[in-house]
Design a protein around this ligand. Structure first.
Ligand SMILES: Nc1ncnc2c1ncn2[C@@H]1O[C@H](COP(=O)(O)OP(=O)(O)OP(=O)(O)O)[C@@H](O)[C@H]1O
Ligand SMILES: [Mg+2]
Length: 330
């Protein structure tokens, strides 16, 4: 069975200046470097990793907002049409994007009702009365009041603004939402409401999500599957519950061990991440994580580890995965 969204060996490279000054040589920045994953209809894939590892670039590639250097994106079994063309614009109805900053995503000069109706106006296949009716229904489904149609973005709270963004995304009845840090800019007290709304929308409408976030607690709460990125590559991916319970890659183990706990439950392994990720234009040879990995050996410094599948179906790219797991158990 093919997934709703399937990306295969996706790469996106940028030519950037390697050093300072006008004569600095150009170097290749591998923002996304061979990423493959699949999202089934109605399911959520959480995409996690430190700042700069390529999460947003992956999201934009999945939506066709930017073209890949190589690799393929398939949506509902068909190749993503060329960015900007008629076919692509038609497909954009099915895949919508929700960004981190709702104020930045909205037009400050327009009442929110008009902005919610905009996607149907662009696609031009509904009468004004139909658009208003659909907007009313969608606003209701995201918990906005009918009288709020005439409000301007600055007259709403951060949580209400993100509801407006969601309402606008839902107007075209998408099958997939790409949510790039959708709650990071919101007040902590409102984050849970928006997360619950996303879960509720998935339940009711069967929407699939690519949920990009650095907040592992939230990712754990919303995701069926999780992919962990490090310097443009996926280093571990699999079913969310088992990945969080038994992270296999040392990087995942460090990320999971940094999730704040409530104090209840069993004691967890502490694996602290040393330093920052390396410069992405000059990545370490071998396993790119070796410079920060407490288990690295000579092999890790010279040989790139490929993703291999463990017994529970999880994929992990680490030479030392079994040995390091055994070490912790001992
Ligand atoms: N248009 C561009 N030109 C050059 N480099 C880029 C471009 N877009 C992204 N990059 C680089 O690609 C890498 C990945 O960026 P990306 O925005 O995908 O990271 P991210 O994981 O979303 O980070 P964050 O958590 O901070 O949002 C970074 O090193 C970034 O500087
Ligand atoms: Mg980002």
């Amino acid at each position: 069975m093919s997934g709703l969204l399937e990306v295969t060996d996706l790469r996106r490279y940028y030519k950037v200046r390697a050093g300072r000054g006008p004569f600095a040589a150009k170097a290749l920045l591998r923002a996304v470097d061979g990423v493959s994953f699949r999202i089934e209809a109605g399911r959520t894939l959480g995409l996690v990793g430190e700042s700069g590892c390529g999460k947003s670039t992956t999201g934009k590639l999945a939506l066709g907002l930017i073209e890949p250097t190589s690799g393929t994106v398939n949506y509902a079994g068909a190749a993503m049409p060329p960015t900007g063309g008629l076919e692509w614009r038609a497909l954009r109805r099915r895949i919508q994007m929700v960004y981190q900053d709702p104020l930045g995503a909205l037009d400050r000069r327009l009442p929110v009702g008009a902005q919610i109706m905009e996607p149907l106006a662009i696609h031009g296949d509904a009468t004004p009365a139909e658009r208003r009716e659909r907007a009313g229904a969608v606003m209701d489904s995201v918990g906005l009041q009918p009288h709020q149609v005439d409000r301007y973005p600055h007259e709403l709270s951060g949580g209400q603004r993100q509801r407006v963004v969601l309402a606008r995304a839902l107007m075209t009845e998408p099958d997939l939402l790409i949510c790039d840090e959708p709650i990071s800019a919101l007040d902590v007290s409102i984050q849970a409401q928006v997360v619950n709304l996303l879960l509720d929308l998935q339940d009711r409408l069967g929407i699939a999500y690519l949920f990009i976030s650095h907040d592992l607690r939230v990712v754990r709460q919303v995701s069926h599957d999780v992919a962990v990125m490090y310097l443009g590559r996926i280093v571990e991916q699999g079913e969310a519950e088992s990945l969080f319970a038994r992270p296999a890659h040392p990087y995942t183990r460090a990320l999971v061990s940094a999730i704040p706990t409530t104090g209840a439950g069993p004691r967890r392994e502490r694996l602290l991440l040393q330093g920052d990720p390396p410069n992405p234009v000059n990545v370490p040879a071998g396993c790119t994580f070796h410079t920060r990995c407490p288990f690295a050996t000579a092999q890790c410094r010279s040989e790139v580890p490929l993703l291999r599948t463990l017994d529970d179906g999880r994929e992990v790219a680490c030479h030392r995965v079994l040995e390091s797991a055994l070490q912790v158990a001992a």
